[in-house]
Structure formats: C-alpha cells, structure tokens
Design a protein around this ligand. Structure first.
Ligand code: SF4
Length: 181
C-alpha cells in the first residue's frame, strides 16, 4: 500500500477524525498527479536557458515534484515548449505531443512559442497553438524563472482539479479533432 504524506494546507476536502481521513478517490489521484508531473522539455533556443535556471538550485523545480525530466514522450505528462519553433520543426513537436499518453498537459513558455515573438517571418510558426492545444501560456522574452514556476503552479491547479472523465468528454474529443489529432 502506498502512503501519501500531505501538507495539511493542501489536503483535499473530506472527513477527518481520530486516526482517519476520508476523501474522494479523484481528489487523491489529482493530488498525486499534481505533485509528480514529469516534464518533457522541448527547448529550442534562449527560453530553454531560462528553464535550466529554473531547474538549478536557486529556483529548484524539484520542490514541486517535477525534477524528473523525461526525454521520452511516452514517460512524460507535461510538455514544456520553450523557444522558437520553425515550421520545419512543427511536425516533430506535434509527433512528440501525439506520442505522449493521456492525461497530458502543455505549457507554452515565452513569446516565440506563444506567438512567434519577434520572428514574424515565413519560416517561424506563429504560435504552437496552431498545431497542438495549449493549457498554460507564460508571457515574456524570456520569462523569468519565477514566471516559469508560476506557470507550473497553474498547470498543477488544472491537474489537481481535472475530472477523471475530462479526456472522454465530447468537448475534449472535439478539441483534438479541431487539431486533426
Ligand atoms: S521568447 Fe525571447 S528569450 Fe524566448 S526563445 Fe524567443 S527570443 Fe529567445
């Protein structure tokens, strides 16, 4: 049997008594998923350097349970896209997204990944949401590590509160279909 130790500040709503705590299974799963996100860093340029600072000791992403980078899409559930995405690279990013198992979340970091940034040219994708759905955007060029942490906290909020069935809903299927996935 696994034991989850929860800071009382973050415990889900439930019934508490002497020696027991009862809550919904979905809340426990949400809590576990939230605190064990495995990021796949898809870093192509300078925003990736800022992400490295977020991983290092000063900002220490490990405090949020996300220190285990995954360079295999099949073992990751948070895709972090950081940097300029050229149109040539777009199919690769999409393939990586498709290879990730559900449930998965996408964090889009910086102006380039969000909108093409200063590179309004024929060769640069003007935002990754043209090819894959995005859950959270982090503005800036580059965003500071504090902003990256804030984006991850927002993803954690989504993860904790997401219903088990969201991925089976017609709305979610329609969203993927709108991307041809
Ligand atoms: S948003 Fe700015 S810092 Fe980030 S990849 Fe683009 S140019 Fe570099």
């Amino acid at each position: 049997m696994n034991t989850i130790i929860v800071d009382p500040k973050h415990e889900p709503p439930g019934l508490k008594g002497e020696g027991f705590f009862a809550t919904k299974l979905s809340d426990v799963v949400g809590l576990a998923r939230k605190n064990s996100l495995w990021p796949l860093p898809f870093a192509t340029s300078c925003c990736g350097i800022e992400f490295m600072a977020t991983m290092a000791s000063t900002y220490d992403l490990a405090r949020f349970g996300s220190e285990r980078m995954s360079f295999s899409p099949r073992q990751a559930d948070m895709l972090m896209v950081m940097g300029t995405i050229s149109k040539k690279l777009a199919p690769v990013l999409r393939q990586v997204y498709e290879q990730m198992a559900e449930p998965k979340w996408v964090l889009c970091m910086g102006a380039c990944a969000s909108s093409g940034g200063i590179f309004d040219t024929y060769s640069v994708l003007q935002g990754i949401d043209r090819i894959i759905p995005v859950d959270v955007y982090i503005p800036g060029c580059p965003p500071r590590p504090e902003q990256v942490l804030d984006g991850i906290l927002k993803i954690q909020e989504l993860v904790q509160n997401e219903s088990f069935r969201r991925r089976d809903t017609p709305e979610y299927k329609a969203l993927l279909e709108s991307y041809g996935i």
